[in-house]
Design a protein around this ligand. Structure first.
Ligand code: NAP
Length: 305
């Protein structure tokens, strides 16, 4: 599979509807693009612009039509939104750009206070519009921390949706009660939570609930796992899982592909947004959409939380 993966496109993973927008189930996360190594740090090492642009253009060439971004994805010299704009504008009609609001990074790169008021959230929406060079945002996720009510914040975004600045709304880093709270206010097209092989029971529950409600479940860290934003490669900082490696060897694919295929195998409503700054890894990740693990392989890789 690795040798032929150049020809496999994102369509191989099948598609899903985010409201009225159709996306291939393999998308692309842009958090890794603005820097080499660990993301979201004030002292990040900026990535070469030409490389980042080449990755984005290759993703679209391979049929990726769902990008995940945020205005707070930036390094001292690059921002994910600027790179997307530079690489892909004017945007194809079928390209869906999902962004997220809530977290705030100051121009210095240090973290600021989360946006909690309607005015602060509107400011973040407008910042994304300016950076992406658009008049509306396809999907905006309210990204939260903690268990507080999201009614006021989600209500504020619902008003921006009514005003035409946002087409569809989603949630990120949420619990089941948040989803129900939001659904009582406005339609929710996706939930973006950390998930992958070995995910805890609460995330399995969130995945299941999303399926029941027809909401896309869009995991982050599906490849990195426990390594997360610290910048570790597939499998994370602790090294790759033995079972993942064994299945990869048996199928002649990469460990990252096994992780992505397992994740996509959890339900038709599960989308992937793997992040990379490496064209070969991108090709590998897109090709994972064609990898169908057998029921035996799926259960072998499934950990009891
Ligand atoms: N909502 C949220 O709170 C939230 C949080 C974090 C991330 N996200 C989004 O989710 C996306 C995915 O998360 P992520 O990028 O942190 O993690 P990920 O996609 O699980 O893994 C990315 C890591 O795996 C490596 N990698 C990717 N493809 C590989 C391959 N084929 N073989 C070997 N290594 C590979 C990357 O390094 P290389 O660059 O060397 O390939 C990077 O270190 C992000 O880009 C971002 O858009 C959302």
């Amino acid at each position: 599979m690795t040798t032929t993966s150049e020809t496999i496109t994102a369509a191989a993973a099948g598609s899903w509807q985010l409201g009225d927008l159709t996306v291939n189930r393999i998308g692309f996360g842009t958090m890794r693009l603005p820097q080499r190594g660990p993301a979201l740090r004030a002292d990040a090492v900026p990535r070469d612009r030409a490389t980042a642009i080449a990755v984005l253009r290759k993703a679209v060439e391979l049929g990726v039509n769902h990008l995940d971004t945020a205005a707070f994805y930036f390094s001292p010299l690059r921002s994910a939104n600027e790179l997307i704009n530079r690489a892909l504008a004017p945007y194809a009609d079928d390209l869906v750009i999902t962004t997220k609001v809530g977290p705030c990074r100051l121009p210095s790169g240090e973290w600021g206070e989360h946006a909690r008021t309607p005015g602060a959230l509107r400011g973040q929406v407008e910042e994304n519009l300016r950076q992406l060079g658009r008049d509306h945002l396809d999907v905006v996720n309210l990204r939260i921390v903690g268990g507080d009510s999201i009614a006021e914040r989600f209500g504020a975004l619902a008003e921006l949706r009514e005003a035409g600045l946002i087409r569809h709304l989603g949630l990120s880093n949420v619990r089941p009660a948040h989803l129900d709270e939001a659904l009582a206010i406005a339609p929710v097209v996706c939930v973006q939570n950390p998930y992958g092989i070995g995910a805890p029971a609460e995330q399995e529950e969130m995945l299941r609930l999303c399926g029941e409600r027809g909401v896309a479940f869009v995991p982050f860290y599906a490849i990195a796992g426990v390594g997360r934003e610290r910048g570790a490669g597939a499998g994370g900082a602790g090294g790759e899982d033995e079972e993942v490696l064994a299945v990869a060897r048996e199928r002649g694919v990469s460990a990252a592909q096994v992780r992505l295929a397992w994740t996509l195998g959890r339900g038709a409503h599960v989308l992937a947004i793997p992040g990379t700054g490496d064209v070969d890894h991108l090709v590998d990740n897109v090709a994972a959409g064609a990898l169908r693990l057998t029921p035996a392989e799926l259960s072998r890789l499934t950990r009891t939380p």
